[in-house]
Design a protein around this ligand. Structure first.
Ligand code: ADE
Length: 249
């Protein structure tokens, strides 16, 4: 039977997803609490990934090898790298890079050792399906339903754009424009930066299961990100994540 593993990068996201679940039971393994149950009659295991590539990989492995999930979805926030990407926008990870992977001179910068890949990709079919479902929910204003106008104004969110884009993951929180410009100079096509997505994509790739990585922009990965990030997470992320999962399931 199909079982969807759903990982959230913040406890607030996981709380939102658990609100949608029925028949929930919990199991604790390796400092994580796995929530087993059903959303819209589909079997799901929901868990807080914890932060960074190692934590997320370990959580993804447990989902696959202990709970037998047949695919993994990951929802989280991210810092915008491309100027066209604004706070509140949604990025569906078409290409997932690891910006801190660098085993030169043995192999090229960004190449994942032993896999010969510079990035992981979603299948074309899946990415078009996910884009269509999220875009339809956004166009129907589903994402704004539970967020006050005041909060939307605080972040200058008047519309949400949905992008199929490139995500760079690495074990760094971007809190300066210098970090952002450095990343742009080595990976110019990147839409946003976060700390887990490509690690989860790698674990799924190595275990032959599909992955869906979706990020909402919480900050501009610049000198103000340490201020924007926590407020966005506190005020917006739970409701956005709920809308995301409802749109996809
Ligand atoms: N996730 C959300 N914002 C981020 C940032 N600025 N750097 C890394 N990961 C993030």
């Amino acid at each position: 039977m199909e079982t969807i593993g759903i990982m959230g990068a913040m406890p607030e996201e996981v709380e939102g997803i658990i609100d949608l679940m029925e028949e929930v039971e919990t199991h604790e393994i390796g400092k994580r609490i796995y929530h087993l149950g059903k959303i819209n009659k589909k079997k799901c295991v929901v868990v807080f990934s914890r932060w960074g590539k190692v934590a997320a990989s370990s959580t993804a492995s447990t989902l696959i090898h202990i709970f037998g999930v047949t695919e993994i979805w990951f929802t989280g926030v991210a810092g915008a790298i491309n100027d066209k990407v604004k706070i509140g926008d949604i990025i569906i990870g078409e290409k997932l890079y690891q910006h801190d992977m660098d085993a030169r001179p043995l192999i090229n910068q960004f190449e994942i050792p032993l896999l010969g890949l510079d990035y992981f990709t979603m299948t074309d079919e899946r990415k078009l399906y996910v884009f269509d479902r999220i875009k339809t929910a956004v166009d129907n204003k589903i994402f704004f339903e539970a967020i006050s106008d005041e909060t939307l104004a605080e972040f200058n969110i008047d519309k949400v754009s949905v992008h199929l884009g490139s995500i760079a993951s690495g074990d760094q929180f971007f809190s300066t424009s210098t970090q952002k410009n450095n990343l742009l100079s080595i990976l110019p096509g990147i839409h946003c930066v976060e700390m887990e997505g490509s690690a989860v994509a790698q674990v799924c790739y190595e275990n032959d299961i599909p992955f869906t990585i979706i990020r909402t922009i919480s900050d501009a990965a610049d000198d103000n990100s340490h201020v924007d990030f926590p407020i966005f997470v506190q005020k917006i992320t739970k409701e956005f994540t709920k809308s995301m999962v409802k749109a996809l399931i």
